[in-house]
Design a protein around this ligand. Structure first.
Ligand SMILES: NC(=O)c1ccc[n+]([C@@H]2O[C@H](COP(=O)([O-])OP(=O)(O)OC[C@H]3O[C@@H](n4cnc5c(N)ncnc54)[C@H](OP(=O)(O)O)[C@@H]3O)[C@@H](O)[C@H]2O)c1
Length: 294
């Protein structure tokens, strides 16, 4: 039987902003059923074990999820469907990301670099796998994006830069993967019109997370004046769970950290439908290219 609790499925909730988002939801009166994917299940469970919350109100389960392994993503999706059962899947938060460059060959024989797979391809594949459930649930999909998408001036360079072993640096790869993920958010918005709500959101500049681990650059002091706390960044992401004041223009799906919907002029590069299609392969294409069988 369906419960009153709202189900939240999330990636990247083991630390940083994603962890804080779940912490902030855990103090709400609304009951939640959290299904979180994390690569280190024991550490993530231990971290949430230290968070005080009403266990009679909320439930929280952590399932193994290594996003660089698409076979594991498929297994995670099956476990999510088993765990949700008859309940709706109300929110899907696609938040995990890494910031490493593309010096290494792609994982598991993929032609793509690990950051591309973690930040974009795995999330896109997960939405494919959960599609029927998302549609049946009228879900809200929250793509955690970044102002870094503005750094991509020429998308034709992405084909080469995002390949494993391309040698592209962390900034180029990070911006490129967040750009392809935003293209993909638009693509899913088009596919799921009238069935699901799709929102992309930027948390703002939040230096105190683990994201800078892979970055080979330091943030210039003039940018640091806009820096926000982890709690504020998580608050910005949470706004994407609840905002209903969508602009009339259906392409304006990007919520900024200061609460405005970014205009077409800023996200123009991501509005190219040809590019959205190109960077949003079908489930079958992904499985063929990445050698996923069964
Ligand atoms: N911080 C900022 O200034 C900023 C600005 C704009 C946008 N964002 C976006 O905000 C989101 C969260 O970033 P953050 O700053 O909170 O970074 P973070 O502290 O590094 O957190 C990243 C999360 O992604 C998970 N993750 C990384 N690689 C993974 C993999 N291969 N498989 C499964 N999970 C993986 C991490 O898990 P582990 O705990 O195992 O490492 C962690 O939970 C990202 O989408 C990022 O692009 C951040």
């Amino acid at each position: 039987m369906a419960t009153l609790a709202k189900t939240v499925v999330a990636t990247g909730a083991s630390s940083g902003l994603g962890f804080e988002v779940i912490k902030q939801l855990l103090v709400q009166k609304q009951p939640y059923k959290f299904i979180l994917g994390a690569r280190d299940v024991a550490t993530t469970q231990a971290a949430f074990g230290k968070v005080e919350f009403d266990k009679s109100q909320h439930s929280l389960v952590v399932l193994p999820l290594e996003l660089s392994d698409l076979k594991g993503v498929k297994k995670f999706s099956q476990q999510v469907l088993e765990r949700t059962g008859q309940d709706k899947l109300d929110y899907l938060m696609l938040n995990a990301a890494r910031s490493n460059g593309a010096e290494q060959q792609g994982p598991h024989g993929s032609k793509w670099c690990e950051s591309y797979i973690v930040n974009h391809l795995s999330h896109h594949y997960l939405v494919h796998l959960l599609r029927d459930k998302l549609v049946a649930s009228n879900s809200r999909l929250v793509f955690v994006s970044s102002g870094a998408i503005r750094m991509v001036k020429d998308p034709s360079t992405l084909d080469a830069d995002l390949k494993g072993g391309s040698g592209a640096g962390s900034q180029t790869v990070y911006a490129g993967t967040k750009f392809t993920a935003l293209l993909n958010a638009h693509w899913w918005r088009r596919q799921l019109t009238g069935q699901c709500t799709v929102v992309a959101v930027s948390p703002g500049l939040i230096p105190d997370t683990g994201l800078s681990r892979g970055m080979q650059v330091t943030i210039p002091p003039e940018m640091m004046k806009d820096a926000k706390s982890v709690a504020e960044g998580a608050g910005s992401i949470l706004a994407a769970f609840t905002r209903t004041d969508f602009p009339e223009d259906p392409d304006q799906i990007f919520l900024t950290s200061w609460g405005e919907w970014w205009g077409r002029d800023v996200i123009e590069g991501s509005l190219d439908k040809g590019l959205q299609d190109k960077w949003s392969p079908s489930k079958e294409e992904i499985e063929k290219e990445e050698g996923i069988v069964g």
